[in-house]
Structure formats: structure tokens, C-alpha cells
Design a protein around this ligand. Structure first.
Ligand SMILES: O=C(O)C1=C[C@@H](OP(=O)(O)O)[C@@H](O)[C@H](O)C1
Ligand SMILES: C=C(OP(=O)(O)O)C(=O)O
Length: 414
């Protein structure tokens, strides 16, 4: 679906969707627990649907109990083996794939994982190296990956600068096996707040992981822990709220409702980045902890007085698109002054953007949403190609855009 946006300023009230990161985590904890968990404020985006289909493959059950309520009956850490290895269809969700691999190894002795789009091209090397050492077999053919073996307790060393999702996967899986384990980062961890969110959700399910320190900080896990069923209300998503912050930065008057200012979501930092960028002048921003904020912050940086440099952003090349490249291509199409570095972006702010061109979302939800809010400040209409990709994380994004007065042509709502 291609949509054309005729520029105007957005205004009104919006509640961002439920946090995708929290939803993945709480569904997995509920799936591993014995008994029934009631999860409130859950939205079924494509990524969340992928995680739900995977917990089905593990033997957990889920049922919708209303628009935003989900009941999950967990498998209690006990997998009922069938004739074949379980099949996990991860869609395009990196979180689902990286969280489920060690869980499947812990409870089911492995599994067959499939994915679409760019998913299977995204890095898995830290797991490949680690599992090779542990005698677990790893075999990828095209979009199908088969992992086979039993996850055992022990020491797991991981680089911290590829994806925090490898840590989360092991943090979920190692408590399920017998014996003490340690997860030791071999570099500085990027995306630490995602791990704080993981530890928070695990604690809610009665699973305690301690962070210890000798020469470096590491995670200490006592094995054979039972996950407990829980009632949980998912918070609104700060990473998605960031696009409405960008819309406000570009002249919108939107009241963003329902956010928890003390959330464990690291992307609540968008509020302070907003004020940093609102002051004229040159700024350097370290994005190593906030990869998902780069597209909305780049939209802000394109229209302001001063140059903004986004540093330590190499991880963005490994997302749904190569996001350093796709942010650059999209903003250039809109008329921004942006330069792509190996792991950085440099944006010289302008008074406004020209628009009038087509922007390819490259099947990346955050690029489509960035282009949509940037279109507000353009002089000419903007066409976004592949606009349906927002379904990955924010299925009613375009509805919200319209309710806020966005002038969109070509929209086909499901
Ligand atoms: O754990 C999570 O929920 C996520 C971690 C981040 O990924 P990386 O740590 O792989 O950069 C982030 O970009 C992704 O959208 C969600
Ligand atoms: C990168 C993202 O998610 P995932 O890694 O789960 O695919 C995202 O939502 O921007």
C-alpha cells in the first residue's frame, strides 16, 4: 500500500500502542509459567502475533478475552515432545527469534525456526559461536534454521555490542535448566535498558537474576527456577511515542497520553532528547543505548537550527532495513541535508523540507512512521511506499495519524 500525505499540522490527543518490548517479554514469561496469566493492554501487532504463534509451538495456550486482554495458560517449563521438532515461525521479529532460540534449546532440545523479510540475514554470530562451544548444532538453509541440542548450565560469554536480544534470550532460558550459570559480557553492553526491562519482567514472574561484579559485571542465574503465572498490564510504548514527539517538534500540537514517566523502557529518554534538540546549536548524541529512537530523532534533527550528529549507531544497520541507509535515503528524498557515516549520521537542520518525492519505507515500520511525521513540515505532498509495514509494531498508526488530522490519500484500513 502506498499512501500520499498532504502536509498539514497534526493536533489532538493520542495514546501510543502497548509496549512491544514489554509484551514479548510478558507473553514469554506467562508461556513458561504453570497456570493462567491475565495480560492487559496487549495489542496484536505482527511481531506480537509471531511470539504468540511460537508459544503455541512450545505448548502454551492463549486466548483473547477482549480487544486488549489476553489469557495465557503456560506450559510450566514442561514440553510435550511430538514426533517432530517444534516449528517456530518468527515472522520478521528479531526479538521473537533471538528470545526463542535458547528457550527452545532449554525446554524442547531445539526447534526449527523460520522467518521472513530480512530476519534470517540479521546477525546470529554470538549464538552460533556460543552454541558451537557447547555442542549444540546450528544449521541454516535459506530462511530456515534448525538448532538441536540441550541447553546446559554454565558460563556464557557474549559481546554486548551486537544485540541485547541475545542476553534476553539466555536470561529467559538459563533459569529453566539445572545448575548455576553466568552470562558474561565481553564488551560494553549496548541497549542496557532492554536488559533492565527483561530483569523486571522476570522478577514479576518470580525469576531472580542477580547482577554481580568481579572485574566486570555479569549475570548470575540459579537454575531450576519455576516461572510463576501473573497478572500484568503492559505500559504504553515510549519508542512509538517518540514519533508523536517528533510530530510536535515539527509543529504539531499533540497531547501524548498514557505514558509512564518512570517506565523501565529506555526510550523514555526521547523526552530529554526532544529538549536537547529544541535548543539551537550543534549537538552530538550517543545512540548506543537507544537504537529505535534514531528515526524519530532524525526527523527532528532535519528541521532545526544546528547540526546534529548521531554517534555509535552501527547497530542500526542490522534492523528491518539497514537503518542508517534507509533513514538517509528517506530524509534525502524529503529534502533534508544528511550524511551517512559508517556508524553515524550527520544532519544539518533546515527551516523546512521540500517533499514532493516518493519515500521508500524499505518495508521498515520505523522508516514509514518517520516519513509520515516529517511530511507535516514539507512544502509538497509526500508518497510513502509500502506503508502497511507499520503493522509490524503499530497496526493502528495510520488511523491515529488520521484522527490527529493527517491528510492521507490511498489508505486502505483492514
Ligand atoms: O529487547 C528488545 O525488546 C529490543 C532490543 C533492541 O534491539 P537490539 O538490542 O538488538 O539493538 C531494539 O532495537 C528492539 O526494537 C527491541
Ligand atoms: C528492530 C526492531 O524489532 P526486532 O529486533 O524485534 O525485529 C524494531 O522494532 O525496530
Amino acid at each position: 500500500m502506498d499512501v500520499t500525505i498532504v502536509p498539514n499540522k497534526l493536533q489532538g490527543r493520542v495514546t501510543p500502542p502497548p509496549s512491544k518490548s514489554q509484551t514479548h517479554r510478558v507473553i514469554l514469561a506467562a508461556a513458561l509459567a504453570r497456570g493462567r496469566s491475565r495480560l492487559e493492554n496487549v495489542a496484536i501487532s505482527q511481531d506480537i502475533l509471531a511470539t504468540l504463534s511460537c508459544i503455541g509451538a512450545l505448548g502454551a495456550h492463549w486466548e483473547r478475552k477482549g480487544e486488549r486482554t489476553l489469557e495465557v495458560t503456560g506450559m510450566g517449563g514442561i514440553f510435550q515432545p511430538g514426533k517432530e521438532l517444534p516449528h517456530f515461525d518468527c515472522g520478521e521479529s528479531g526479538s521473537t527469534l533471538r528470545f526463542l532460540i535458547p528457550i527452545a534449546l532449554a525446554v524442547a532440545g531445539g526447534g526449527i525456526f523460520t522467518g521472513r523479510g530480512r530476519l534470517m540475514e540479521r546477525p546470529q554470530e554470538p549464538y552460533i559461536h556460543l552454541f558451537r562451544e557447547k555442542g549444540i548444532s546450528w544449521n541454516r538453509e535459506g530462511d530456515t534454521l534448525t538448532v538441536l541440542g540441550q541447553l546446559k548450565a554454565g558460563d556464557y560469554e557474549l559481546p554486548g555490542n551486537v544485540s541485547s536480544q541475545f542476553f534476553t534470550g539466555l536470561l529467559y532460558a538459563l533459569p529453566l535448566v539445572s545448575g548455576i550459570s553466568r552470562i558474561v559480557p565481553t564488551t560494553h553492553i549496548e541497549g542496557r535498558d532492554y536488559l533492565a526491562m527483561t530483569l523486571d519482567t522476570l522478577a514479576g514472574a518470580g525469576v531472580t537474576v542477580t547482577e554481580l561484579h568481579n572485574t566486570i559485571k555479569y549475570f548470575h542465574i540459579t537454575g531450576k527456577t519455576a516461572y510463576k503465572a501473573m497478572d500484568y498490564t503492559v505500559e504504553s510504548d515510549w519508542s512509538q511515542a517518540a514519533f508523536w514527539y517528533a510530530a510536535n517538534f515539527l509543529g504539531g500540537q499533540i497531547t501524548i497520553q498514557g505514558l509512564n514517566p518512570t517506565s523501565a523502557q529506555g526510550d523514555k529518554a526521547v523526552a530529554s532528547f526532544y529538549w536537547k534538540l529544541a535548543r539551537p546549536g550543534d549537538v552530538d548524541l550517543d545512540m548506543s543505548q537507544y537504537p529505535d529512537l534514531v528515526p524519530p530523532l532524525a526527523a527532528m534533527a532535519a528541521v532545526r537550527k544546528g547540526t546534529c550528529r548521531f554517534n555509535n549507531a552501527g547497530r542500526l544497520r542490522m534492523k528491518e532495513s539497514d537503518r542508517l541507509n534507509s533513514v538517509t535515503a528517506a530524509l534525502i528524498a524529503l529534502g533534508a541535508d544528511i550524511r551517512e557515516g559508517e556508524d553515524s549520521l550527520t544532519i544539518r537542520g533546515r527551516d523546512s523540507l521540500m517533499g514532493g518525492e516518493m519515500v521508500d519505507s524499505q518495508n521498515d515500520h520505523r522508516i514509514a512512521m518517520m516519513a509520515a511525521v516529517s511530511a507535516q513540515t514539507c512544502q509538497k505532498p509526500v508518497t510513502i511506499l509500502g506503508a502497511e509495514c507499520v503493522n509490524k509494531s503499530y497496526p493502528n498508526f495510520w488511523e491515529h495519524f488520521q484522527v490527529l488530522g493527517g491528510n492521507i490519500h490511498g489508505l486502505v484500513l483492514r
